[in-house]
Write a protein of this length. Structure first.
Length: 234
């Protein structure tokens, strides 16, 4: 989804900084953006490491001059039952999915406050609690994604006076490498639960990202927009 978000924002004229723990993954996206005549740069970053986050944000500001939009898209998921989950697996998931989002949002807000304008978009999930649907094997993931929603609401209340909106998007099942391990049989079962009878495409999440990053969404903050094909409507 990160690639899709980067391309979508670039098409709208944004200068894009693409980050990932594997820089080669970023560079391929940057090359694609540059082929369209837009400006982009790739940076290796571990979102769970504050020193790493600060160093990359310093470089982004140095190269681009300012920061207006942050999309917190980094996330990992390893299917593991709660009884078998190790402390390391729990910590790694929370550190990347939740702590990483906090560190990036905190630093971004400090930059955005200088210009009294900013858009922070946190990617959560329908696997986030409070919506009446549980996902076996996802206690660590759901805890992190539910935390993102709570964090989003608190940040929105705090940073509104700084001209910064903070919102979350809760994707349903989206066609990404994360769901590749799902068997064809399970995919069909999942599709029966979705009113639109299919999994979503990354570009359909990116459309919501672009909207929340725009001036048209200036009166939306602290919200979670679910893009799930109607799953939660049932």
């Amino acid at each position: 989804m990160g690639k899709s978000h980067a391309l979508a924002l670039a098409r709208q004229g944004a200068k894009v900084a693409v980050t990932d723990i594997i820089q080669e993954e970023c560079q391929s996206v940057v090359d694609e953006i540059k082929s369209t005549g837009r400006e982009a740069a790739a940076f290796k970053m571990d979102v769970s490491n504050k020193a790493d986050v600060d160093a990359v944000f310093d470089e982004v500001i140095k190269q681009f001059g300012r920061l207006d939009i942050l999309v917190n898209n980094a996330g990992i998921y390893i299917d593991k039952s709660s009884l078998e989950m190790t402390e390391k697996e729990w910590d790694e998931t929370i550190n990347v999915n939740l702590k990483g989002g906090f560190l990036c949002a905190q630093r971004a807000a400090k930059e955005m406050a200088k210009n009294k304008w900013g858009r922070i978009i946190n990617i959560s999930s329908i696997a986030s609690g409070g919506v009446g649907i549980g996902f076996p094997g996802a206690a660590h993931y759901a805890a992190s994604k539910g935390g993102i929603i709570g964090m989003t609401e608190s940040m929105a209340a705090e940073w509104a006076e700084l001209g910064i909106t903070v919102n979350a998007i809760g994707p349903g099942v989206i066609e990404t490498p994360m769901i590749k391990p799902i068997t064809e049989e399970l995919a069909k079962e999942i599709s029966t639960r979705i009113p639109l009878k299919r999994v979503g495409k990354p570009e359909e999440i990116s459309a919501a990202v672009v909207f929340l990053a725009s001036e048209e969404a200036s009166y939306i903050t602290g919200a979670t927009i679910y893009v799930d094909g109607g799953w939660l409507a049932q």
